[in-house]
Design a protein around this ligand. Sequence first.
Ligand code: MN
Length: 399
Amino acid sequence: MRRLRRRIEFFQGTLDSTSEISEARIFDTTLRDGEQSPRTSFSYEDKREIASLLDDMGTHVIEAGFPVNSEAEFEAVRDIAEATATTVCGLARVVDKDIDAALDSGVEMVHVFASTSDVQLQDSMHATRQEALERSVEAVERVTDAGASCMFSPMDATRTDEQFLIDVIEAVSEAGTDWINIPDTVGVATPRRFYEMINTVCAHTDADVDVHTHDDFGLAAANALSGYEAGAAQSQVSVNGIGERAGNAAYEEVVMALESLYDVDTGVDTTRITELARIVEAKSDIAVPANKPIVGDNAFSHESGIHAAGVIENSDTFEPGVMTPEMVGATRQLVLGKHTGTHSVQERLEEAGFEPTEAEVREVTRMVKDRGAQKEEITFELLKEFAREVGVQREEVRI
Ligand code: MN
């Protein structure tokens, strides 16, 4: 598996390079929470294609769906479990028929969940705390008795009474769950508070801990990383961050922060991240914003004169250095426009085989800036047109 290591020599300065995280696993929920994005539906073929790429990239767990949901969902989960080498997980409420459907689909892991916050117990699950606790224990026992790996989620954990949450965690741990996932279901956690919470959870269970964070306040990736720092072994992410409402922690953001900022070897083939993002963008019909970290069109693009000139000399001047476009299978772009300086123009003209004088570079740069200011896209073709207009000489063909 190909892995391009961060270039640690560029990680000097006010931030030190101590790693707070030693190991980190990745649980992908693009096909489950991701598909629950408003107005998104993956076809059977889409699901197979996305799962296959996630598997090839070394993702530790793929949550393939909610098998009890429909016959089609059941078949997709079953076929993904069959076709992939990695652990496949199916979701289930703490309801026998849900758990049986997940078990029948052949997944290695069943992810059972029950609401634990009072607001959800009352107005969504319609159960008392005691009922939720008892049904959770029974569900965990049903899964483990069947020989499958079990993950238990106290849904809306971040709005749950702390003592009740601990009671539930201790009870399901006693019942033998392999994993406890702490979901920030509605995205209200902050990094420091979430750190404290995961620390507390880890102190009350021997099960492995995993976190599921939402991006309602743009904190999903930060909270996931906080979870790892506090002792979680895994976090749940989705490609491009798609999911309920504002979405989940983004696969690409969490993986690259772990690899580049924390120097953790996740085992994920990061060089296919851009390819993965493009496929999920196309299949989900959710456009990736240009300024999206890692996978947006602007993530490795430079236009302004000072930045582009620096990057031409050494890309580490105005990029993180610890993360390069090559590491994520992207390419660096020097965009021409209103903010362009002479270095970019000279570089691009020379690439096109011109041999401009300094005065000609300045003249073409002025034309680029003028047209860019009119919001026109300065394509390579247009740049060549400007060069011909100015009368820039072409390079002699050398033998
Ligand atoms: Mn969720």
